[in-house]
Design a protein around this ligand. Structure first.
Ligand code: HEC
Length: 128
């Protein structure tokens, strides 16, 4: 085998290796590991709210990404003065109403959650 042939074959292998490595890096960046409650610094009430969020909201609303799911993202929902979709004020009163009675394609949860649970949920939403 000539030296060029050997070099060529090494270089091809290297290209494949680099391509696979790049794929892993790209894929790895996209998969966010779920943080624990303590990593997020949640107090017991906020952690209880997070469980409720996981059960009742997460399938339609992203908590830590601004990507939309079925509904708009909840990332930083209380950090801005108005809700992104409806433009309603982002305060506890509006949020409680939305969670209890729903909006358009979103069901209400007043049959599912107690007032205390909704308070816990809001405590968590304030951490987003
Ligand atoms: C089945 C999917 C679904 C579930 C479950 C759900 N939502 Fe929604 N939500 C939506 C959709 C769709 C909208 C947009 C409604 C509209 O057209 O105004 C929405 C709207 C909202 C809004 C208003 C956003 C804005 O910018 O005006 C808030 C706040 C909200 N949801 C919070 C929650 C919370 C908190 C929970 C959990 C208790 C929850 N949602 C559960 C689908 C869902």
């Amino acid at each position: 085998m000539g030296i060029m042939k050997v070099l060529n074959s090494i270089s091809r292998r290297l290209q494949v290796f680099v391509a696979i490595l790049a794929l892993f890096v790209v894929a790895g960046c996209d998969v966010e590991r779920r943080k624990s409650d303590s990593e997020l610094g949640l107090n017991p009430q906020q952690a209880a709210g997070r469980k409720l969020y996981d059960n009742y909201c997460d399938r339609c609303h992203e908590p830590y990404s601004s990507r939309g799911k079925k509904g708009p993202s909840m990332k930083g929902v209380f950090q801005r003065p108005y809700l992104s979709l409806s433009g309603l004020p982002a305060n506890d009163e509006r949020m409680t109403d939305i969670v209890k009675f729903g909006r358009a394609k979103m069901e209400g949860f007043n049959q599912t959650m107690s007032d205390q649970q909704i308070k816990d949920l809001l405590a968590y939403l304030h951490t987003l």
